[in-house]
Design a binder for this molecule. Structure first.
Ligand SMILES: C[S@@+](CC[C@H](N)C(=O)[O-])C[C@H]1O[C@@H](n2cnc3c(N)ncnc32)[C@H](O)[C@@H]1O
Length: 281
């Protein structure tokens, strides 16, 4: 269960916003480091949400995916989306579970994915006990040569790349302090769970949100509704944010303002960590 977003409710609008940024890079990394062909891979999408990454990886040619999430409604959307793959057996499992634990036997997967998931497991706890236990579990269920992929938006990207986080930096800092582990904190989690990150990369242009540049859609609150950032705003802060955007738009200044404050094309929002159990080195 996420510590700050109600994903059963968010499931209704999630796919209007998100797309599987970097899934092709992840497939290439998994193939390369496991030395296996795509059809021979079995991958766990841990915190799969509505199944966007699973679908993309299966479309690319991955042999088998297992899905796990704590939200029954996100899983329902995922099942609808992956109907054909479930029928033909390429989706082997769809499990509702709050991590940790990860209820699969040892040596089950060539890769475990955590795409923008780990930051939901511990709120404002600098030891990140749930993340450490969950990563430990992922190490246990990996096959020999298996890899763990963690993707996330880091604080620097949220502060510097995303235009709408610059409207209220106090809110942005509160969001980061409560819900966005830093690079240093991720590295400490990896060490504490016996895994090592050996490759880090940013996906340029990974604005994560489909409607990020659709400034026409902005003042309608549907764009940011259920957005994890706004769950940290007070009612008046959220209202102020929408008012500011509306005002910029009415003055014909919004497009320029977004251009000046957006750096997703040069910084990227999504960071991908590729990790292995320490003993596997
Ligand atoms: C930001 S969404 C990411 C979904 C998907 N991985 C993607 O990238 O589109 C976070 C997902 O993590 C799930 N989640 C949060 N905490 C969880 C937990 N403790 N165990 C399992 N799933 C969790 C939520 O239900 C939600 O579907």
């Amino acid at each position: 269960m996420s510590n700050f977003v109600n994903y059963n409710r968010a499931s209704r609008s999630y796919d209007n916003q998100r797309f599987p940024a970097g899934s092709d890079t992840m497939a290439a990394m998994i193939q390369f480091y496991t030395s296996k062909n795509l059809p021979d891979l079995r991958i766990l999408d841990a915190g799969c949400g509505t199944g966007n990454y699973s679908k993309s990886l299966l479309d690319i040619g991955v042999g088998q995916m297992a899905l796990l999430d704590s939200s029954s409604e996100m899983l329902k959307t995922a099942k609808d989306k992956l109907d054909n793959y479930i029928e033909c057996g390429k989706v082997t499992d769809v499990v509702e579970c709050t991590m940790p634990p990860i209820p699969f036997p040892d040596d089950s997967f060539d890769a475990v994915l955590f795409n923008t998931v780990l930051n939901h497991l511990d709120r404002a706890n600098s030891a990140f006990p749930n993340c450490v236990e969950t990563l430990n579990e992922s190490r246990r269920i990996l096959r020999p040569n298996g890899v763990i992929i963690v993707s996330t938006a880091l604080p620097s990207a949220i502060l510097n790349a995303v235009w709408f986080t610059k409207i209220n930096t106090k809110l942005t800092k509160r969001f980061i302090e409560n819900a966005v582990p830093s690079l240093d904190q991720f590295e400490k989690m990896f060490i504490a769970s016996g895994i090592e990150c050996f490759q880090k990369m940013n996906i340029l242009g990974s604005d994560i949100f489909k409607n990020y540049y659709n400034v026409d859609g902005l003042p309608e609150e549907s764009w940011l509704k259920e957005n994890e950032y706004l769950t940290f705003a007070t009612e008046s802060e959220a209202g102020e944010l929408f008012r500011k955007v509306k005002e910029l738009k009415e003055n014909g200044e919004l497009e320029n303002w977004v251009k000046e404050n957006d750096h997703t094309q040069t910084i990227g929002v999504l960071t991908i960590f590729v990790c292995k159990p320490v003993s596997a080195k």
